[in-house]
Design a protein. Structure first.
Length: 372
């Protein structure tokens, strides 16, 4: 069995890892993000490196991959031979970062709860306490120390306060890389002490290259039609495209499309079967994918209704049937309400079956009360 295959079949090593695929630490090729890479490299070469960078952008576009590229650049020599250059996969620093064994690297993330057999909902203060010991030690192997927080918007209040203290009084040659898909959830005090680096969704060309590289690296296959559909639906997110290609994503999308085509009617028996498949203890990833596809579809329908752009031909037909200038604001309100309900359900461990049912009932009521 190849090393890539062994890695992809290993148990999940972190909360956000996509099952069957390498972690961002193992990814050696970066597609797109040239502007962000250049901005960081210029700062590193100049010798005026800001001590804390906040990488913000949509989910799955490569923020963590970019952060580990930055970490390796700094740990491999900083302003020496690797200043501003990507680190080859055969370099010792690359291997140590991938294994989280580099003495000058600390990763803060949600921790595994052995009792509940689930990852915690937030990064707690117990996890962040590791930071004090890390910063209190002399940097091993000389040079820089790097702290990666993945994701910073998952810090609870006590943990955020502990991070803030370190940002206010950073030790010399210590770099903080904070990753966030929800910048607005971060305390203003943290945002004000970081240099924000915006990481955009990939364009179509870079997206396809990144997805094909990931499929090849971890020995997955996808037929041309599946790949084309996944790329079209992913909105510049490599993670979303891989979820669609490798799992039930395309099937879930077809179910959602069929249900939208029938609105305001709902197939009750099918809906309850769907809820059973999405709300079990082991169905978190499937539920997240379903909600991302549902919200993504609503967003594209709204965009097409407002601009005439941004939807597939099949989605355009749905938009013409469901969206009009008169109800556009109501659809936007529904998107916001479902998004908020999703965030609360995951944050406070609320009933996920109700989350799915209420989303569909909200859309049903909208289609019934605000027809085209």
């Amino acid at each position: 069995m190849s090393m890539a295959a062994e890695r992809s079949r290993a148990p999940l090593s972190e909360p956000d890892r996509l099952d069957g695929f390498s972690t961002p630490r193992h990814v050696d090729r970066l597609f797109g993000h040239g502007e962000a890479m250049g901005e960081f490299a210029d700062a590193l070469r100049s010798g005026r490196m800001h001590h804390a960078w906040l990488l913000v952008g949509p989910e799955g576009v490569g923020k963590a991959t970019l952060a580990y590229h930055f970490a390796r650049m700094v740990l491999a020599g900083g302003d020496a031979g690797y200043a501003g250059e990507a680190v080859d996969s055969d370099h010792p620093v690359f291997r140590k970062v991938a294994a989280l064994s580099h003495p000058n690297l600390l990763l803060l993330r949600r921790s595994w709860n052995e009792k509940s057999k689930r990852y915690s909902q937030f990064i707690g203060v117990d996890e962040v306490r590791r930071l004090r010991a890390f910063l209190g030690n002399t940097a091993g192997e000389g040079g820089w120390r790097v702290v990666v927080v993945d994701r910073a918007d998952e810090l609870n209040q006590n943990a955020a306060n502990a991070i803030l203290k370190a940002l206010e009084e950073p030790p010399p040659r210590t770099l903080f890389l904070l990753i966030s898909s929800a910048e607005g959830r971060l305390p203003v005090t943290i945002r004000s002490r970081t240099r924000t680096l915006r990481v955009a969704a990939l364009d179509n060309s870079d997206l396809e290259k990144a997805v094909r590289a990931a499929l090849a690296r971890d020995e997955h296959e996808a037929d041309a039609k599946t790949l084309s559909t996944a790329l079209a639906l992913s909105q510049g997110s490599v993670r979303r495209a891989l979820e669609l290609v490798s799992g039930e994503g395309i099937e879930l999308y077809r179910e959602i499309i069929a249900a939208f085509a029938a609105l305001p009617e709902l197939d009750g028996p099918h809906l309850h079967r769907q809820v059973e498949r999405l709300s079990g203890p082991g169905d978190t990833e499937r539920l997240e994918l379903f909600l991302a596809l549902l919200l993504g579809l609503v967003e594209r329908l709204i965009r097409f209704g407002a601009t005439g752009e941004g939807a597939t031909p099949e989605e355009q037909t749905l938009a013409k049937r469901l969206i009009s200038p008169a109800n556009l604001a109501s659809w936007a309100d529904a998107w916001e309400a479902i998004s908020q309900a999703k965030a609360e359900a995951f944050a406070f461990n609320l009933d996920r079956s109700l989350l799915v049912l209420e989303a569909w009932f909200r859309l049903q009521l909208l289609a019934r009360e605000h027809p085209v």
